[in-house]
Design a protein. Structure first.
Length: 300
């Protein structure tokens, strides 16, 4: 398949410009790293932006304790390869110390608990800018974000009071205690991400490629069987051939039935789908404004 290489290089240049602006304007930035394809591409772009020097930012992973083992293995190998510092904010530790309270029931999730742990970790390390791999095409709330997204002293976001970004001029001024979320790949689409991965030959966790996994179906979403979920009486485990379009916690991240075993196969699949990649995320189905509500509270 032919790629629009000039288009991808323009997106790459824009993202690298944003990453360098962060390095220039902020004293202590950090890259949010989940082990998902978007944070992997963003880290790859940071590598290119400052080569031959090492990436000048640490990586921050908010670990819910319910992650896919494949994603954690990939994270640790990448950190070792890059020679960068990894900071882990632990949701389990937050539960143990009383910072957050774990949900119970069949649909319990630790996803919402990440917000308090993230804000606590940002405050503990005095980070003034946190870079995330969110893209505008993922979800309607994320389409409202600017490249430089201001957060108040409580880590909250006000979508109605954002700064203009005319001619790629980014205003990173803030008061004491405030910080910014920065989204260097905002203008990328899911298809752009996959074409860039192919172009740059970026290795990924095996979860993104077709594989056999024991799963069950809940409310139309294919979920992986794991020690972190409680099955309802009518739910049955069966082996399916699946892959993941987005990575999150095992209890909430939906898989898709797929035989796409290569990046080229995935590109063809993504190019023809009419369902967004977050269409299978159980956490986004809790309400019509689930994502925006979480973002206002401090979530990515």
């Amino acid at each position: 398949m032919k790629y629009h290489i000039n288009h991808l290089r323009e997106l790459e240049a824009e993202s690298i410009f944003v990453l360098r602006e962060v390095a220039a304007q902020f004293q202590k930035p950090v890259i949010m790293f989940s082990g998902g394809k978007d944070s992997i591409v963003m880290t790859h772009l940071a590598r290119k932006a400052f080569f031959p020097a090492k990436i000048p930012f640490p990586l921050l992973h908010v670990d819910t304790g319910h992650n896919f083992p494949e994603a954690l293995e990939y994270r640790d190998n990448l950190v070792k390869e890059l020679g960068v510092k990894l900071i882990v904010g632990s949701v389990q530790e937050g539960i143990d110390t009383g910072l957050v309270v774990e949900e119970t029931g069949y649909n319990a999730s630790r996803n919402s608990l990440q917000t308090a742990v993230l804000l606590d970790t940002l405050e503990k390390h005095k980070f003034d800018a946190a870079m995330g791999g969110a893209r505008r095409d993922e979800e309607k709330a994320r389409a409202k974000e600017r490249f430089f997204s201001h957060r108040d002293e409580f880590g909250q976001w006000d979508p109605k009071n954002q700064r203009p970004e005319l001619w790629n001029l980014f205003n990173g001024k803030k008061r004491m205690g405030e910080h910014f979320r920065v989204f260097p790949i905002s203008n990328w689409t899911e298809l752009d991400i996959w074409q860039y991965i192919a172009l740059e030959e970026i290795p990924l966790p095996s979860l993104y490629l077709s594989h056999k996994r024991k799963c069950f179906i809940r409310d139309g979403v294919i979920l992986a069987d794991s020690e972190y979920v409680n099955l309802k009486p009518d739910e049955k485990i069966e082996e399916m051939t699946v892959r993941y379009r987005t990575l999150g916690d095992m209890p909430i991240t939906g898989a898709v039935l797929s035989d796409a075993a290569t990046v080229q196969d995935i590109i063809m699949e993504v190019a023809t789908t009419r369902i967004t990649e977050r269409g299978g995320r159980a956490d986004d189905k809790r309400s019509e404004t689930a994502m925006e509500d979480r973002k206002k509270a401090g979530y990515f």
